[in-house]
Design a protein around this ligand. Structure first.
Ligand code: ZN
Length: 198
């Protein structure tokens, strides 16, 4: 890429590290940035740095938040005895958008995948088991219906059952391999209401 100035090439290379951004898109973004007002670029850069510095895991449910506890965990009106287990923060957002779930969540940040070498210790499972020492009535497993999601659901249910907490799995109305965040609210609600005890 020596037909671009060194700094532009560096910018393109940096942008192409982002998911879904190939070299062509990276170049388009780079030239867009170069033509933006300097203070807007500064603002954008600051927003990225601040978000990265301040966003952390909620001490309770492990979702991404900039407080010690996320707004859901710190809401006393939510039912803290029902925990829905999801793979990531975007799945949590998908269920929150339905506005019909009043329990709390647990975000695993991944799913077990022997093929990719992701084991139970690589996701936020220990944190979930720790929460069950408290007053919990039901754990709803809402991992995706992909192979990894199902493997994770099975693993969790085996782990939790001996503890004596009710474990259920959302209905398989969710298309196989479908990421929860792309599924419409009606389907999500149906999956939640049609959950079966494991
Ligand atoms: Zn939380």
């Amino acid at each position: 890429m020596d037909y671009y100035s060194n700094q532009i090439s560096k910018l393109i290379e940096a942008l192409s590290c982002l998911p879904g951004i190939g070299t062509k898109s990276a170049a388009r973004l780079a030239f867009h940035l170069i033509h933006m007002p300097k203070e807007d670029v500064q603002k954008l850069a600051n927003t990225m740095v601040e978000a990265r510095q301040n966003v952390r895991y909620c001490a309770e449910c492990c979702t991404l938040t900039d407080q010690e506890l996320c707004p859901i965990c710190s809401n006393r009106n939510r039912d803290h005895k029902t925990i829905m287990v999801v793979e990531n923060t975007r799945d949590l957002a998908a269920y929150e958008k339905t506005g019909k779930y009043n329990g709390v969540y647990h975000v695993l940040h991944g799913a077990i995948s022997p093929m990719l070498g992701i084991g139970p210790e690589d996701i936020k499972l220990k944190e979930l088991i720790k929460r069950l020492e408290g007053d919990v009535e039901e754990v709803i497993i809402a991992t995706n219906s992909s192979l990894e999601g199902e493997t994770t659901a099975m693993y969790i249910s085996k782990l939790i059952k001996p503890i004596g907490v009710k474990v259920s799995r959302i209905a398989s109305g969710v298309p196989v391999g479908g990421d929860l965040e792309y599924i419409d609210e009606v389907t999500l609600l149906r999956a939640l209401e049609g959950r079966t005890e494991l």
